[in-house]
Design a protein around this ligand. Structure first.
Ligand code: SF4
Length: 267
């Protein structure tokens, strides 16, 4: 083990992870477990070995020092053009927050902006500490019924709202991202709960956009590799959501949130 930042992927030239062209780092380890997760290798906080279809041993998760990761990210600075930057995603990157604070300092000194994608299911003290470090936040909103949230994804909704409140009262720009997953997040009650919340918060001047994102089954092979390993992880085949359903949901949100751009994110 080198230093201590455990990363599964560094993706360059990302256009949907905050403003401009960005390099996104996927941190390994998540605080919840969504049955529709399309990055299941990011759920466990442990490095995981697996055998691919050719029976070669491969690994999910590589350790980096802060300076190593900084060196890699700095190479992309030329593409950021003062708008883009680095996005911390996962998993839940904040689970490793205190370890990568030196990296955030280095990026700031180099005038590289940072964005955090989070589900907000992290200790409030960590979240409060994070606020001065990131320039932008992408907030995932999944299930807004207390019991369903706890039973389906293991999320504490009180914590979600507490952290959301901290963020809304900060001066950070916020992108809202909503996974629309048939059979999990797209039922009538959940959609209404989400639209009500959006209606309440969309007039805040730091809420800049709302994105809808469809689930997919592209991660099936990763589940196959992971199922025999550390996580007791089960693959759930997702039903397809029609474009019409997605557009109706978008329309519903637009009707209630006039001040914010609403868009369907194509991955
Ligand atoms: S929050 Fe994201 S990474 Fe974590 S389990 Fe859910 S979909 Fe997967």
């Amino acid at each position: 083990m080198k230093d201590n930042l455990l990363i599964t992927n560094i993706q360059r030239f990302c256009l949907n992870d905050g403003p401009g062209i960005r390099t996104t780092c996927f941190f390994k380890g998540c605080s919840i477990k969504c049955p529709w997760c399309c990055n299941p290798e990011n759920i466990s906080q442990l490095r995981e070995e697996y055998f691919n279809d050719n029976r070669d041993c491969e690994v999910f998760g590589k350790y980096y020092t802060n300076t190593e990761l900084y060196g890699i990210l700095l190479k992309d600075k030329v593409f950021y053009n003062n708008v883009g930057g680095v996005t911390f995603s996962g998993g839940e990157a904040l689970l490793q927050f205190y370890k990568f604070k030196p990296l955030l300092d280095l990026l700031k000194k180099s005038n590289i902006n940072t964005c955090l994608e989070t589900s907000l299911f992290v200790d409030n003290s960590i979240f409060v500490d994070s606020i001065i470090y990131f320039d932008y936040y992408i907030v995932d909103i999944k299930i807004l019924d207390k019991n369903n949230c706890n039973n389906l994804i293991g999320g504490n909704l009180d914590l979600f709202y507490t952290n959301l409140d901290v963020l809304l009262n900060s001066n950070k720009n916020i992108w809202i991202r909503i996974p629309v997953i048939k059979g999990y997040t797209d039922d009538y009650v959940n959609k209404n709960n989400i639209v009500s919340l959006l209606k309440n918060i969309s007039s805040r001047k730091n809420v800049v956009s709302i994105e809808l994102i469809k689930g997919h089954n592209l991660a099936k092979s990763k589940y196959k590799f992971l199922s025999t390993k550390i996580q007791n992880i089960v693959y759930h085949e997702l039903e397809d959501l029609s474009d019409e359903e997605l557009h109706c949901y978008k329309q519903l949100i637009e009707n209630e949130c006039k001040d914010v751009m609403v868009r369907i994110l194509k991955l």
